[in-house]
Design a binder for this molecule. Structure first.
Ligand code: PGA
Length: 240
């Protein structure tokens, strides 16, 4: 099982030229990887341009997908469209989507099912808020998100779970390796052995290797640091 390092660009960068530059620079630094798979998730506007280039060094992923197949859903993109555009992965259930777009566990579940149906690989995000962490609700929240998000899904072969404590995302306040290890261990007991568990939340070069080597993560979901090719490449190499 290779480690999976995912670049989540979120709503960045602002121009196609910057996006193209970033992809090109990342590609130049990820040759000759043996144990690591790299996925880049740009905004939709740039995604299909890159995914059609048949790049073999990395895979491309979407940051979102809709659960309906087709029809009158203005502004939405279906799983089939992603598949047809040579996109391999999709991030589902990111905390920013739960927070700003009202995505519930039920919606997340429908999206995962549809994505898997067409053969996409899913990066399913879970994680507790600061308040849930303080109130010792972490395990309860993680278990609920997993059970509801994966409800009715028996084959987890194409499912990767990203453990992202909400309080650690974009704050610079990354989860300690010891704490991440406990949560990753807890998640591993709930799902199948072969499901990769990623860590995400303020990953940077100073902490990335330790999540893989010490906390038992099978990969990383990298936000801010994935917008800097040099730093992202170092993070990828720390997982090799
Ligand atoms: P961050 O974002 O690395 O900027 O904290 C991670 C994520 O939201 O996936």
């Amino acid at each position: 099982m290779k480690n999976l390092i995912v670049a989540n660009w979120k709503m960045n960068p602002q121009t196609y030229l910057e996006a193209e530059d970033l992809v090109r620079n990342i590609l130049s630094g990820v040759k000759e990887l043996n144990n690591t798979e790299v996925v880049i998730c740009p905004p939709f506007t740039w995604l299909t341009d890159f995914s059609h280039k048949n790049e073999s060094l990395v895979s491309f992923g979407a940051q979102n997908v809709f659960y309906e197949e087709k029809g009158a859903y203005t502004g939405e993109i279906s799983s089939q469209m992603l598949k047809s555009a040579k996109v391999d992965y999709v991030i589902v259930g990111h905390s920013e989507r739960r927070k700003y777009f009202g995505e519930t566990d039920e919606i997340v579940n429908k999206k995962i099912k549809k994505a898997l149906e067409v053969g996409l690989k899913v990066i399913f995000c879970i994680g507790e808020t600061a308040e849930e962490n303080i109130n010792a609700k972490k395990n309860e929240v993680l278990e609920k998100q997993i059970k509801k998000g994966l409800n009715g899904i028996s084959n987890l072969e194409n499912v990767n779970i990203a453990y992202e404590p909400v309080w650690a995302i974009g704050t610079g306040n990354n989860c300690s390796v010891g704490e991440a290890k406990i949560s990753i261990g807890f998640i591993k007991k709930i799902v199948e052995e072969k499901t990769r568990i990623l860590y995400g939340g303020s990953v940077k070069i100073e902490n990335s290797g330790a999540y893989i080597k010490e906390a038992g993560a099978n990969g990383l979901l990298v936000g801010g640091a994935s917008l800097n090719a040099e730093e992202f490449i170092k993070i990828v190499k720390s997982a090799e």
